[in-house]
Design a protein around this ligand. Structure first.
Ligand SMILES: Nc1nc2c(c(=O)[nH]1)N[C@H]1C(S)=C(S)[C@@H](COP(=O)(O)OP(=O)(O)OC[C@H]3O[C@@H](n4cnc5c(=O)[nH]c(N)nc54)[C@H](O)[C@@H]3O)O[C@H]1N2
Ligand SMILES: Nc1nc2c(c(=O)[nH]1)N[C@H]1C(S)=C(S)[C@@H](COP(=O)(O)OP(=O)(O)OC[C@H]3O[C@@H](n4cnc5c(=O)[nH]c(N)nc54)[C@H](O)[C@@H]3O)O[C@H]1N2
Ligand code: SF4
Ligand SMILES: [Mo]
Length: 716
């Protein structure tokens, strides 16, 4: 018997609606369910059938012969043996209890990666487990991704009603993001909901697109103006755009008078960034700097926003500050009467006032023991985790849960990360496959995968292009001794006698909880009740969209666009000339190239290349280079190159592409294993071997340089 069931994809965050055909085979008391087809839903009012190559492989992902179906424990000889989930949790709880008793709760840490982000009941329960045991050591992939979105908005102040919407933008300034591949965009950008069609419609209504990217990305190929910035020089370019706008008085004066502070300080800080100076530093045309500034300022609606590229380069908090400043001085905020594009249904609060939320400490979190860093609200900095594990003394992290992540290939400074994983007294990895990180674990616990669990789209609820409601029940029977992330943490809490405090109260730990109960407890304060979210799933409810109300009559907070540390850092950028000086050991003559990051359509970070339909697209993260650079190095397509940074060395597979700026190598991250060897054609290159956490960090969010890495390239 074949049954069609409705769900949404969670391979990535974009939550594309799907129909899956499930073949149900019953033999005696046992039924087996097999997904035999996966397709987009043409009738869906928002996605209109859109899916991508990854989502269409869900059947193979769920039914992969090498998918882990029982927990594994590492033996003394390094091999893994299958154990029951009950025995695994008993032993893990026992060890966690001993570590807490001897060293305090901070010694117990969790790193939650991408695999737990499109997983709406994993994150709240994990966080609640941490509050239950009293450990601040909660880490996520956000702090090796784009933490500057948060740190900059805290420092500068934010607009309660948000930046303007994409749907009626006249102009879009996209700085280092590429939603046509990543399905990702910052607020106000082109989101991953059917992005090709929405971009085409926006261009048809006359929207101007400006893209800043060292590579003619898929998005840049549709741009009215493409600025191929030198990697790492975005702060210079953005300061230059602000300079033109202020010199030519193109900013929104009324808005600035009412809501923006320190405009004169900003003006003097950016005055040295003339179009000519910027053109030289950024290797773009001075005329294009002028055109970009004027095109953006002309608006009248539309926003600037940044993605992973410049957020992973030097000075990321400053870079984001300058991008947000463009929006602030041009008044690109939702005003009274405007309607928010996305539903924001899963979060509390129906009211958005047209006013500034006061600036505050950008790093208000738990202090780190290393390098004077401080955490973000509710989480610590993943870029400091390896050091928190390796650094002896009180507070040392001794136990780590990795929840849907792959530190060995994702964290900067791969050798230090591997040393840290090996130093742990207890490493528990929750993953359905044997990753390079899982190979180092004491326990590997396989979870139920997406089709086997209920979910709401936590990332997209604030990003959908309409007030779209979405929910899915579990649509496939799970097979094996599997534990969802929340079941691992609830099981441990039950054994430790600690609570799982959620917005709806303490989660019952008597075995009565299921996915839907966890959803109800986690989203108990959502502005649309979970019961209505379930009832209204897959429909648009513009009548429920949030309409912006007037500012309070005494609203006094204003954006601070030129606080002293910003002015100081702009002055530092002015003295630099390559965007890479912040890295110790950098020498412009020794490291003339820049390695930049990118996403590939057929994988999600380290996930995907084990699936046959995706491996067919490619089994390595090629080192894409400009053909003229290849000619100078006597390189042909497919030949091996040695890539050396001030702190590491890897081998990559060269591939010519005229979309890449000269002097740049574009490679995606999280490939390879824990070693870099001649098998790069088969496994890819672990580019994070080239990153360091010793120098070049962002002063506020601690981001290491993970894109715009200075490198040398030679033929092997
Ligand atoms: N140089 C450089 N470094 C980078 C980046 C870069 O651009 N350049 N990008 C950074 C960014 S943005 C990120 S987000 C990180 C990625 O960092 P991570 O999130 O640590 O890496 P992933 O490879 O996405 O790991 C996700 C894991 O989750 C597993 N998984 C999938 N589904 C599930 C599930 O339902 N449950 C569980 N428990 N596991 C599941 C997958 O098998 C995979 O092993 O890397 C960062 N590192
Ligand atoms: N298919 C697919 N989708 C994904 C992922 C994936 O691995 N595959 N990963 C997911 C994750 S974890 C995230 S965080 C999002 C990220 O989503 P995006 O931020 O859109 O990521 P990218 O597609 O890598 O786009 C980054 C762009 O920045 C450019 N760039 C690199 N360095 C610089 C620089 O110094 N300055 C400027 N201006 N540009 C630069 C790159 O050329 C690239 O085009 O995507 C998510 N979606
Ligand atoms: S973009 Fe692709 S991987 Fe992401 S949710 Fe949609 S179908 Fe799934
Ligand atoms: Mo990410």
């Amino acid at each position: 018997m074949i049954e069609t069931r409705e769900t949404f994809c969670r391979f990535c965050h974009a939550a594309c609606p799907l129909h899956i055909d499930v073949e149900i085979n019953s033999t005696g008391a046992r039924t087996q369910e097999v997904v035999v087809a996966v397709r987009g839903i043409m009738e869906d009012p928002l996605f209109e059938g859109y899916t991508c190559i990854k989502g269409r492989q869900l059947a193979d992902q769920h039914h992969a012969p090498d998918r882990l179906r029982n927990p594994l424990q590492r033996s003394d000889d390094g091999s893994f043996v299958e154990v029951t989930s009950k025995n695994a949790l008993d032993d893990i709880a026992h060890r966690v209890q001993a570590i807490i008793a001897a060293h305090g709760p901070r010694a117990v840490a969790t790193y939650t990666g991408t695999g737990a982000f499109q997983n709406s009941i994993s994150m709240p329960v994990t966080q609640a487990f941490h509050s239950g045991i009293g450990s601040p050591s909660f880490y996520t992939s956000i702090t090796i991704d784009q933490p500057a979105h948060l740190t900059s908005r805290l420092r500068m102040g934010a607009w309660e009603a948000g930046w303007q919407n994409f749907r009626d933008a006249d102009v879009l300034l996209a700085i280092g993001y590429n939603p046509l591949v990543s399905s990702y965009a910052p607020a106000g950008g082109l989101q991953g909901t059917n992005p090709f069609v929405r971009l085409r419609r926006a261009k048809e209504r006359g929207m101007k697109l400006i893209v800043i990217d060292p590579r003619r990305s898929e998005l840049a190929s549709f741009a009215d103006l493409w600025l191929p910035v030198k990697p790492g020089e975005d702060p210079t370019l953005l300061a230059g755009l602000i300079n033109v706008i202020l010199q030519e008085s193109l900013h929104d004066k009324d808005f600035c008078d009412r809501w923006v502070d320190q405009l004169d300080d900003l003006r003097s800080a950016v005055t040295p960034f003339s179009p000519e100076m910027v053109a030289t530093r950024c290797e773009v045309e001075a005329a294009d700097v002028l055109t970009a500034a004027r095109m953006f300022a002309a608006g009248p609606r539309g926003t600037a926003g940044t993605g992973t590229g410049p957020n992973m380069a030097a000075h990321s908090t400053l870079m984001e500050h300058l991008a947000l400043t463009l929006n602030a001085i041009c008044g690109r905020v939702n005003r009274e009467g405007d309607v928010l594009e996305s539903g924001n249904f899963l979060y509390p609060g129906d009211t958005r006032r047209a006013q500034v939320i006061a600036p505050s400490d950008p790093a208000p979190g738990t202090p780190h023991r290393v390098r004077g860093l401080k955490g973000m609200p509710g989480e610590m900095l993943t870029n400091a985790l390896a050091e928190e594990i390796l650094e002896p003394g009180e507070g040392k992290v001794r136990c780590l849960f990795v929840c849907g992540g792959n530190p060995v290939v994702a964290f900067p400074d791969q050798l230090k990360t591997i040393a840290a994983m090996k130093d742990l007294e207890l490493l528990v990895v929750i993953d359905h496959r044997m990753t390079p990180t899982a190979e180092l674990a004491h326990y590997v616990i396989p979870p139920r995968l997406e089709l086997e669990r209920a979910d709401v789209p936590t990332v997209m609820d604030r990003r959908f292009a309409s007030a779209y409601v979405s929910y899915t029940p579990a649509v496939l029977q799970a097979d094996g001794d599997l534990l969802s992330e929340w079941e691992v943490f609830a099981g441990l809490a039950q054994r430790l006698g600690t609570p799982i405090p959620l917005p709806g109260g303490d989660l019952p730990l008597d075995g009565s909880a299921d996915d839907d109960m966890v959803l109800d407890f986690s989203f108990a304060k959502s502005r649309l009740p979970m019961s209505e979210i379930r009832a209204k799933r897959s429909t648009i409810h513009e009548e429920l969209a949030i309409k912006v109300v007037a500012a309070d009559s005494d609203a006094s907070a204003r954006f601070v666009v030129a606080p002293p540390d910003v002015v100081e850092e702009i002055a530092v950028v002015l003295t630099e000339s390559t965007g890479a000086e912040v890295i110790d050991g950098f020498d412009a003559t020794k490291f003339p190239f820049r390695l930049i990051s990118r996403r590939l359509k057929h994988v999600l970070n380290s996930l995907g290349r084990e699936i046959p339909g995706l491996a067919r697209v490619g089994t390595t993260n090629a080192a894409y280079m400009n053909p003229l650079d290849m000619r100078d190095l006597s390189l042909s397509d497919g030949e091996l190159v040695r890539i050396t940074s001030p702190s590491g060395e890897v081998v990559g597979v060269a591939e010519g592409s005229d979309t890449i700026k000269r002097g740049v190598i574009s490679m995606s991250h999280s490939w390879g294993g824990s070693i870099t060897d001649e098998d790069v054609r088969l496994h890819g290159t672990p580019t994070n071997r080239l990153c360091t956490v010793e120098s070049g960090r962002d002063p506020i969010n601690g981001m290491a340089i993970q894109s715009a890495i200075p490198i040398a390239v030679t033929k092997v």
